[in-house]
Design a protein around this ligand. Structure first.
Ligand SMILES: Cc1cc2nc3c(=O)[nH]c(=O)nc-3n(C[C@H](O)[C@H](O)[C@H](O)COP(=O)(O)OP(=O)(O)OC[C@H]3O[C@@H](n4cnc5c(N)ncnc54)[C@H](O)[C@@H]3O)c2cc1C
Ligand SMILES: Cc1cc2nc3c(=O)[nH]c(=O)nc-3n(C[C@H](O)[C@H](O)[C@H](O)COP(=O)(O)O)c2cc1C
Length: 776
């Protein structure tokens, strides 16, 4: 085959040498616009795992790279005069120039034709090629030319960064955070050869502009950074090797994905590789790794399917199919890490204490969890757990076992929860006339026995017309209040848990069938009329709601107040106002469902007016020493709908009105919403609201392991974690998760104690039998 790689970065060079090494008959060229020893950028990092993969494909390059590597284990975080360290993180760094030179030399040795100093204008310059690799970097000319085929999605991120070097050598991957009059700057610093370190400085666009860096020359920018980071530089100078850049040396990172990775141009197959097809932010240092692994996978496919030109289409299809999955995984982690650095100044640097700030930094990609940190640096993590527990008022002497963050107590107003686990509200559709029965007693009672700190009943409706289905629970009469009190009394008398009441009104999503008879579908008979912010249906075959009038406002508010009074008398500890999921109060908040032109529609304040009026009315009758939470849909996941930015505005309004907690759910407002599901997928909303608005939050959604809860609570992303479906599968979820992580910080009910040690022994036996997995 005739193969041309346009661009001699890591992707093009490595692919060229792998193909030539596999079959010397191939004619392989690499065309690079720079000269062999020119390069932009300093050192790059990658992991031991990348090295192992490279070794399997070309031992010689792997050996040479390994010799040139600098390996280090520690991460140091500097902020507000503090220097904190943790170990066990295992990085390797290498100069970009050194890496390219090793790859170039190996290409020459194998007979790859290397052409330098030639700028390729078009792939049509190589009509005789069977395969053209567009390895021409993030600004790929070839990708732009065939944009219709490749479907690139290129997003410029808001932060600015400058990639510098210094002759000071650091013995840890160092992050230094500095506050200026106009905002925070951070430096990412890592050594990559005996006497040189990469020094990337990053800040927000606003701080960049406020400091006049847009007009600054490279020398001025360097002088600015040297002064700002004087302490960590300790007299060393900063250097640039990007003098070729026109305009500002402060760049915006471009986040790139492509819908299609290859294209036939009429004479040759053109395949994208490396930064030309995807980017991963330097916050997790994986761009070079991805470029090298692309090269490995494409060459591996030729080995598997046959390295002749007839096989190229099949090879390219397999290449994209396999690589796209791994790339998406890394890009997700890189995006989390990148976003952390974008919001660090607004969200964490001023508010979190240095210890928690460091924990948040270490878990920024959400791939490193609490237990991963334990594998990396046990003593650091245990010290952190002690620090965290002490902050929560748990007195711990140094010999006692540490209390994991999820089992620390949490006090809101006069209510102290024993731990951070909440049984999330879940409709059971099992009531008649809204009255709780034996099912509800056993269901909620057993979950309270199961160890959670707070157990919510399902959405409890404030009137018969407020129900979602005929099976929903209510609190509009005394019979219901008496039945609820029996459940609350059981929880209080038999368990350490607290009882939560979620009050709601179904609005336009009411008068529907029981979930298992057709969720959200209108009743076949006996429908009741619906009200909502505006006459907007939920389902196209659903009932059209009537726009609420002022009389309706008064009636609904009175219903909420009466239900809250009854709830207080029944003894509930915590009240939650349901303003999520498209139900009545939520229908006011979303612009998709609120089309009013009066003072209850339009601006955020107007849309929040009625939900806040209800909130203030229930706050006035709910005992002052008991908290009220508000559940919000923090993302409508639909065009034109609310986003997390809007949710933060609503959270601020509820905070001003006296709310104690925001329970951060999302979606179910608009029938065709498109949520992006995944592990902990709604936790970023709780994080944003907690740390930007300054109100306690509940994280919920796909939280299903103790490790998730510990990571969220320890990082200060939320104050409580609500767990729903796992509690349907396992009433004693909390006790079982505690046993899995080997803590005895949560008491078992005395009636069940006989089972505890057998359960724990069996778990320990299973764990011992499993092969040990290394830290990721
Ligand atoms: C600040 C910063 C820090 C980074 N840190 C890390 C890190 O720590 N770890 C890590 O793994 N990655 C890191 N990266 C990412 C890494 O640099 C890239 O992901 C990697 O270099 C991609 O390799 P590539 O071969 O696809 O593209 P590139 O390295 O960009 O190579 C493309 C090549 O194509 C050439 N070229 C472009 N157009 C033409 C043309 N028309 N004709 C001829 N030649 C052309 C260019 O001159 C260049 O040599 C970092 C990136 C940045 C910006
Ligand atoms: C069967 C079921 C019923 C639910 N009912 C309610 C409810 O009454 N009120 C509410 O706010 N959320 C309700 N939810 C949503 C959950 O409280 C929770 O937010 C969601 O299931 C995500 O958490 P999970 O991933 O732990 O299940 C319900 C969820 C399920 C599975």
């Amino acid at each position: 085959m005739r193969i041309v790689c346009i661009g001699g970065g890591p992707a093009g060079l490595y692919f060229a040498l792998l193909m030539k090494q596999a079959n010397p008959e191939h004619h392989v060229s690499v065309i690079e616009r720079n000269r062999p020893y020119d390069t932009f950028g300093w050192g790059v990092v990658f992991s031991d795992a990348t090295m192992d993969t490279m070794r399997a494909f070309d031992v010689k390059t792997a050996d040479q790279i390994e010799v040139a590597f600098n390996h280090w284990d520690d991460i140091e975080v500097r902020i507000k005069g503090r220097r904190m360290r943790t170990s066990g993180h295992g990085f390797v760094g290498i100069g970009r120039k050194k890496l390219l030179n090793i790859l170039q030399a190996r290409c020459e040795e194998l007979g790859v034709e290397l052409v330098f100093d030639r700028e390729v204008e078009s792939d049509q310059e190589f009509p005789e090629s069977d395969l053209i690799i567009a390895s021409d970097g993030v600004n790929s000319r070839i990708r732009s030319k065939y944009a219709v085929a490749f479907r690139p999605n290129l997003i410029d991120r808001p932060n600015r960064y400058i990639w510098l070097g210094t002759r000071k050598s650091y013995d840890a991957f160092t992050f230094d955070f500095r506050r200026t009059a106009h905002g925070w700057f951070q430096a990412h610093i890592y050594k990559f050869d005996q006497d040189t370190s990469t020094f990337i400085v990053e800040t927000t666009e606003q701080a960049f502009l406020a400091h006049g860096l847009e007009q600054a020359s490279q020398d001025d920018s360097i002088a600015f950074c040297e002064e700002l980071f004087a302490e960590v530089l300790d007299g060393a100078k900063l250097m640039t090797n990007a003098r070729h850049l026109r305009g500002s040396a402060w760049l915006n990172f471009s986040q790139l994905t492509c819908g299609q990775w290859s294209h036939f141009n009429g004479t040759s197959h053109v395949a994208l590789m490396g930064d030309a097809v995807h980017t991963a932010h330097f916050a997790i240092g994986s761009g070079t790794k991805l470029a090298l692994e692309d090269a490995i996978e494409l060459s591996r496919q030729f080995r598997c399917l046959g390295d002749t030109k007839e096989n190229i289409p099949a090879v390219l299809a397999a290449y994209q199919e396999i690589r796209a999955v791994e790339v998406m995984r890394i890009q997700n982690a890189a995006r989390n890490a990148m976003e952390w650095f974008e919001v660090v100044g607004n969200r964490y640097a001023d508010t979190l204490e240095p210890e928690q700030f460091m924990y948040s930094l270490l878990t920024r990609s959400q791939r490193i969890s609490h237990e991963n940190l334990r594998l990396r640096d046990k003593s650091w993590l245990e010290n952190y757990e002690r620090w965290f527990a002490a902050r929560c008022g748990v007195a711990i002497d140094t010999d006692a076992p540490v209390v994991p963050p999820m089992f620390t107590p949490y006090t809101i107003r006069g209510v102290t929860l024993e731990n951070r686990i909440v049984v999330s509200p879940m409709a059971m559709y099992s009531a008649r006339d809204g009255v709780p029965n034996d099912f509800h007693l056993v269901h909620l009672g057993s979950r309270a026995l199961g160890g959670a700190g707070l157990v919510y009943g399902e959405m409890t409706c404030v009137s018969p017309e407020a129900r979602i289905t005929p099976g929903c629970l209510g609190l509009w009469n005394d019979e219901q209040a008496v039945a609820w009190k029996r459940i609350v009394d059981f929880i209080h008398q038999m368990t350490p848990a607290k009882a939560g009441l979620q009050l709601g009104h179904a609005g336009r999503k009411g008068s529907t069938r029981l979930a298992w008879e057709g969720i959200d579908q209108p009743l076949e008979a006996d429908n009741w009329p619906l009200i909502s912010a505006s006459p907007v249906r939920y389902l196209s075959n659903g009932q059209l709601p009537r726009e609420m009038t002022l009389d309706d406002f008064n009636q609904v508010t009175a219903d909420f107040v009466a239900a809250a009074r009854r709830g207080a008398q029944a003894g509930f500890d915590v009240l939650e106002l349901h303003c999520a999921h498209g139900y009545l109060l939520s229908s006011f908040l979303s612009p998709l469902t609120n089309q009013r032109t009066d003072r209850y529609g339009g601006s955020h304040r107007n849309r929040a007016r009625f939900p806040i009026e209800v909130f203030l009315a229930i706050r006035a009758v709910w005992p002052q020493d008991r908290p009220i939470s508000v559940r919000l849909s923090c993302h409508d996941w639909a065009e034109g709908g609310n986003t997390p930015e809007d949710a933060a505005i609503f959270a601020r309004l509820f905070k001003e009105a006296g709310a104690d907690l925001v329970d951060c759910s999302s979606g179910q407002v608009w029938n065709n919403d498109k949520p992006v599901y995944g592990r902990l997928y709604q936790t970023p909303f709780a994080d944003k609201i907690r740390n930007e608005v300054g109100i306690a939050t509940v994280a919920v959604g796909a939280i299903f392991e103790a490790d998730h809860v510990n990571s969220i609570i320890a990082a200060g992303r939320a104050d409580l974690c609500a767990v729903a479906r796992p509690h349907l599968a396992d009433a004693a979820w909390t006790l079982h998760e505690a046993a899995k992580i080997g803590t005895n910080s949560v008491p078992w009910p005395k009636q069940y104690l006989a089972a505890r040690s057998q359960y724990e022994t069996n778990l320990a036996r299973d764990a011992a039998a499993r092969p040990k997995s290394p830290a990721p």
